[in-house]
Design a protein around this ligand. Structure first.
Ligand SMILES: Cc1ncc(COP(=O)(O)O)c(C=O)c1O
Length: 355
């Protein structure tokens, strides 16, 4: 049976898989809800979005996604508070970034109503899937890819926008040990590093595997010129605390403009923490580790929230970070998650209720 909500057609699944899910032991992004949102681009226009049962997609072998990698995505979360209300965190920032990525990858930009009304309808249909347990949330994966056919190396004429949902626990299970990369690069000037496009992640897998073989969970990328300055990690922006100043790299065309990053900068300022957005050299970080002024390093991103770094490796030497009682990471994580889960006042106006 079909219903319509805010111009979004809804086709309900005949049965639900929810009773098979152990909500107390959720991993990250590996089980999916009963429905998904699908919106097709054809004949030069976006069609009306539809909520349909979660299902596989059939594509022609010549679909351009397979050959030329026109593929972009976003990562967001829905949070359920104690009273059962559902919240998003700065969703329009994800919408805007999706279209920024779309433009760079020569893909059609999506109308705001298809994104927001489609996501709202999907979350309403699958609201029972949003976990309420501490540290868990519903991970939201909006993505778009070239579904049009042909071997000609040019942009496709058809695209699909989909939103899939995965009830999820934490991304990392503990503190993270990272390797500061000296050889490989994630992105280059004039390239696509700022876009959330599949190839940026595929390109990281091999160097990250090499780092994992040496005992590091993540690579910290450095600039492609001389590997001199800290840029970002796999799916996180990076913060460094030297003495009591919090440092992070400026965004540019090699770095993803993280929504967690900019929120953390605003919260830190609100807390009276001194922040500096500037190039941070690996040399400066190594020296600070040696002379004891390096207090903390942490990653920040939607999936990993705020993830403290326990140690970093550089040129064959591991540098341990101290265990702090009053870490900025713990303070900032609490402030941001209290806003996300509707446990504290939201003076910035970031929370968005799903009704
Ligand atoms: C490469 C990269 N950097 C940083 C981030 C953090 O961005 P956000 O805070 O918007 O999730 C992500 C995750 O989306 C990412 O993939």
């Amino acid at each position: 049976m079909e219903a319509v909500m805010n111009n979004v057609t809804i086709e309900k699944a005949k049965t639900s898989k929810i009773k098979d899910v152990d909500f107390d032991n959720l991993s990250f992004g590996s089980i999916f809800t009963d429905h998904m949102l699908v919106c097709d681009y054809k004949n030069g226009q976006w069609q009306a979005p539809k909520v349909v049962p979660y299902q596989p997609i059939t594509l022609d072998p010549s679909s351009k996604i397979f050959h030329y990698g026109q593929s972009i995505f976003e990562g967001m979360k829905a949070y359920k508070d104690e009273s059962g209300s559902v919240w998003l965190f700065r969703p329009l920032e994800n919408f805007k970034r999706l279209n920024k990525s779309a433009k760079r990858m020569a893909m059609p930009e999506l109308p705001e109503s298809s994104f927001m009304d489609g996501l709202t309808a999907l979350l309403q249909v699958d609201s029972d899937w949003i976990p309420q347990s501490a540290g868990s949330s519903l991970y939201i994966r909006p993505f778009m890819f070239a579904s049009g056919n042909g071997f000609h190396a040019s942009p496709a004429d058809e695209y699909k926008f989909i939103i899939a949902l995965a009830p999820s626990g934490s991304y990392f299970s503990g503190k993270v040990k990272v390797l500061i990369e000296k050889q490989y690069s994630r992105a280059a000037n004039g390239g696509v590093g700022f876009a959330k496009t599949g190839g940026n992640y595929a390109g990281q897998f091999y160097p990250t595997r090499l780092a994992a073989e040496k005992g590091y969970q993540q690579v910290i990328w450095t600039d492609d010129n001389n590997h001199e300055f800290i840029e970002e990690a796999g799916a996180m922006n990076v913060f460094i605390r030297i003495n009591d100043t919090l440092l992070t790299a400026p965004t540019n065309d090699r770095i993803l403009d993280g929504i967690t990053r900019k929120s953390i900068l605003d919260i830190a300022e609100d807390e009276g923490i001194k922040t500096e957005i500037r190039k941070v050299s690996v040399k400066e970080v190594v020296e600070a580790a040696k002379n004891g002024s390096l207090k903390e390093m942490f990653g920040a991103g939607t999936a990993a929230v705020v993830s403290p770094i326990s140690a970093f490796g550089y040129e064959g030497v591991d540098y341990d970070l101290p265990e702090l009682e009053d870490s900025y990471a713990a303070l900032l994580k609490k402030r941001i998650t209290d806003i996300q889960y509707n446990r504290a006042e939201d003076k910035f106006g970031w929370r968005h209720e799903v009704v």
